[in-house]
Design a protein around this ligand. Structure first.
Ligand SMILES: Cc1ncc(C[n+]2csc(CCOP(=O)(O)OP(=O)(O)O)c2C)c(N)n1
Length: 592
């Protein structure tokens, strides 16, 4: 069979297709996003859809599974917190068609608000769990996850981490093999989680996990590599790769593919073959807790902290083995370059306008491209917790400020995708409670942060089909808020945006601002702006640096003059033009 270089995410999608999956749902989030994007390539065979959040994605997949189809839901690690409610109950119901939850964790939080270790979800929610180490295993384990899910009637978790998702290696391609056809049939006691049924299902899920634990002892997904009898390393997922690179054949390995339920027997057998046990695992001491629970001595988290990603050098250094030469790190070669808002980004205009009222408001942010407005030079907000909270934290915070006779108005900021994810629920609470807040939807008409995924406000879906866009404005009106309290403004137009913010700051009660302008990187926007850019007349520039305050990466200041240093990225949005008091900046290449 043909071998192709694939990322872990691509291989997961391939595995799902080969396993005969019919329905796939997800909400984007690094490092999981490419799974569904690749699944959509099989749109003739699979219904692949972006759900508005991870709970919905899980429930869509569950509906398909109950109906008899193989289905999965994919998400980043924090998405599993959002999906927790259906996951914990679906673990009790079990499946009809096989069902897999894919959690992609982000150790080192490269692009996340925390580095939670989702392996704990497996024992907590009572899920089977598999952890692949490379792309071939991503494909093979995905197929096995469906088989185990059906054979043991368990919801199965495929747990990946950034380096497994994004590293590329060879993957042998296989055929799509459809599972035995299953029909939907009414099974009240299995799928209706009323207390009377749930109590019985709890007994069954425990029995099923016990059976899988028994099977796990012989599963080829777990394997021993016996090289010597001194040191035995217990490991799984990407940590296996780091351990192998660090120690080579100088130690023995127990590489675990099924990491819940863990086979006690297998761990004890391995422990009996070596003098000392080392546990090499990224994140928490999850494997270590089980090993110690079996009464076995081991070395683990006292050597390798639970923070950040592992690599071979870190593993070597921790266990004092071999060369501990430093590996290449970007920081060692170049100064840190944190991400910035792009040239022409509408969020920049919003933050610039917000700053004009800095002493009159307190702002709460959220997760999206607008998170970049938290740093210099805007320092746009100093609270950001999780998706949707940008609209609910202000409700509570405004109560606290009221009590402290602090007259500043609390602003909440989130994007269009985040609005559909969970922000709308918070908006309903804010309107219903009459809170003294201003909630701003920074609507750039796309889910930008994670790479331009469609959302319910866009006209196309993941599979490229035309769909009716859902109107954010109509949703806001549907809360019953007075129409004059809803203001739509173009964030690049400073006069309009500052007037909107001023109205909300100066008047009591709930206001909603829709900051509306499409993302500068959208294909249509790039096409419409082709050839248009700003230009600075050096003779007119007086070097006042007012234009530099908008922090556009296309602008630079040298020899006492501002200039467009990166014209290729300037889209002529004109925010800098509005700052210039001497008319040194003009737009060239067409009207806007
Ligand atoms: C629970 C959860 N799911 C997914 C993510 C990943 N994520 C971060 S920002 C974002 C989308 C933001 O899109 P939008 O609100 O439209 O703002 P934009 O980036 O377009 O400005 C997503 C999906 C996350 N951080 N948390």
């Amino acid at each position: 069979m043909q071998k192709i270089i694939m990322s872990g995410d691509e291989a997961v999608a391939r595995g799902a297709w080969e396993a005969g999956v019919s329905v796939a749902a997800a909400y984007p989030g690094t490092p999981s996003t490419e799974i569904l994007e690749n699944m959509a390539l099989y749109k003739d065979d699979v219904y692949a859809t972006w759900a508005n959040n991870e709970k919905i994605a899980t429930e869509i997949a569950l509906g398909a599974s109950i109906g008899g189809l193989r289905a999965f839901a994919a998400m980043k690690h924090v998405g599993m917190n959002v999906a927790g409610d259906p996951i914990f109950s679906a673990a009790y119901t079990g499946v009809n068609g096989g069902m897999v939850i894919i959690s992609c964790d982000d150790p080192g939080c490269h692009s996340s608000q925390n580095e939670q270790d989702n392996r704990w979800y497996a024992p907590h929610a009572k899920l089977a769990m598999l952890e692949p180490s490379d792309s071939q295993e991503c494909k093979d384990f995905m197929k096995e996850a469906f088989r185990l899910s059906e054979e043991f009637d368990l919801l199965t978790l495929l747990r990946l981490t950034t380096r497994v998702c994004h590293s590329k290696s060879l993957v042998e391609q296989g055929e799509r093999v459809m599972p035995e056809e299953k029909k939907y049939k009414s099974e009240f006691t299995k799928f209706t989680m009323l207390p009377v049924n749930a109590r019985k299902r709890h007994v069954i899920v425990e029995e099923n996990l016990e059976k899988l634990k028994e099977y796990s002892y012989t599963s080829p997904l777990n394997r021993m590599e016996i090289n010597n009898s001194d040191i035995g390393v217990i490991t799984s997922g990407i940590s296996y790769m780091h351990a192998r690179e660090a120690f080579g054949d100088s130690v023995s390995y127990l590489k675990l593919g099924i990491t819940y339920p863990l086979s006690d027997k297998l761990i004890k057998d391995f422990a009996a073959k070596v003098k000392t046990l080392w546990i090499v695992e990224e994140g928490d001491g999850y494997l270590e807790a089980t090993v110690r629970g079996l009464g076995l001595e081991c070395v683990g988290k006292e050597k390798l902290s639970c923070q950040g990603e592992l690599d071979a050098a870190r593993v070597r250094a921790a266990f004092g083995v071999g060369e501990t030469t430093e590996t290449y790190t970007a920081e060692a070669q170049a100064p840190a370059r944190p991400p910035v808002l792009c040239a022409g980004c509408p969020h920049r205009g919003f933050y610039f306008a917000l700053n004009a009222f800095k002493d009159k408001l307190v702002a709460v942010g959220d997760i999206g491209c607008y998170s970049l407005g938290a740093s210099a030079p805007f320092f746009g907000f100093d609270i950001a917790i999780c998706m949707g909270s940008g609209f609910s934290i202000p409700i509570g915070l405004s109560k606290a400020l009221e009590k402290q006779n602090d007259s500043r108005k609390v602003f909440g900021l989130l994007g269009d995708s985040t609005f559909f994810h969970s922000g709308f629920n918070s908006l309903v609470d804010a309107v219903h409670s009459g809170a003294n807040v201003c909630l701003c939807v920074l609507d750039n008409s796309i889910t930008a942060m994670t790479g331009h995924q469609e959302n319910s406000g866009t006209q196309k879906n993941l599979m490229g089909y035309e769909v009716p866009p859902v109107s954010i404005l109509e949703m806001i009106y549907a809360t019953g808020i007075a129409k004059e309290r809803v203001i739509i403004a173009d964030p690049i137009d400073q006069e309009a945006m500052q007037a909107a913010i001023k109205t909300a700051v100066e008047n009591e009660g709930v206001y909603v601002i829709i900051s509306k302008r499409p993302c500068a990187l959208l294909k249509e926007v790039i096409k419409a702006n082709a050839g248009i850019r700003c230009e600075i007349d050096a003779d007119k520039c007086v070097g006042c640096k007012r234009c530099m305050k908008v922090a556009c990466p296309s602008l630079a200041f040298e020899n006492k003059k501002a200039w467009i240093a990166d014209p290729a990225n300037c889209n002529g949005c004109g925010l800098c033009m509005q700052m210039c008091k001497v008319g040194a900046i003009s737009r060239i290449g067409g009207a806007k």
